[in-house]
Ligand binder design. Sequence first.
Ligand code: CP
Ligand code: NVA
Length: 330
Amino acid sequence: MGVNIRGRHFLKLLDYTPQEIRYLLDLSKEFKNMKRNGTPHRYLEGKNIVLLFEKTSTRTRCSFEVAGRDLGMGVTYLDPGSSQMGKKESIPDTARVLGRMYDGIEYRGFDQEIVEELAKYAGVPVWNGLTDQFHPTQMLADLLTMEEKFGHLKGLNFTFMGDARNNMGNSLMVACAKMGLNFTACAPKELFPAQWLVDEARKIAQENGCTVRLTEDVNEGTKDADVIYTDIWVSMGEPDEVWDSRIKLLKNYQVNGQVMDNAKPEAIFMHCLPSFHDTKTTIGAQIAQKFGITEMEVTDEVFESKQSVVFDEAENRMHTIKAVIYATLC
Ligand code: CP
Ligand code: NVA
């Protein structure tokens, strides 16, 4: 039977079957080809979407804006602090108002429960553009990028290094389990994903012939990896005070030349971005001054190396988000 996700929310990959994810990846490839060939695809003319951001963004916001415009839609962006949501208007009320005006709502913010509640009341598809727990649109871009690089997903050895109990670590564990990649979280045990999610991911992985492993050992965790992935050490919404303890916990989990040499020779380096690989950012410079480190989760050498596919990943955010909008609205 064909896959049809019209009218569905896109809140986390746990809600989607491998077949549905496959459909979204194939659709993304079609949209990427159309964009590359200059083939117009204004399939959603007359529709409107709203982008509700309670945290900052470059890639996710721009991807939704460009994708929406390429599909012929009107796009409204509400930045952190400029809507009534939360302060003067509850989530259910906001959802019901926006649902009367728009055909779809993107939300980036804090607890996953907020986006789930928006979805419950909106009456139109709601797309999760990142919460503290999950980042599902990023997953589609990452899967597409890996498939483009290796020609397949099943059986790849995927290692996530760093803060594995955050939105990226959680989401990648589920994405790998769903699509048949062997997932390793290589992190200090304090930053392992929550046990309920590990249990759930292991159940899913078993159905899809792959594994979920957690290890504190960098050598073991990165040996023969096809993909080494990392994320910033302190995420949006976390207080500045955690930098000190996080650097201490994660300094041995930096992706550097030694880590890449321990992976397979053809291994790629991935990162959702933004990244602290030098001191050319305000935070990067502050951290360097305060803690004496000029590179954090990844060295500049690895970030700029031929193995790094981070900008392909960033581009794929737009093609995959376009697929999500189209598939849930058409
Ligand atoms: N990867 C990602 O979500 O980037 P932004 O925070 O720039 O949207
Ligand atoms: N873990 C990061 C991901 C950014 C795309 C954050 O939440 O800030």
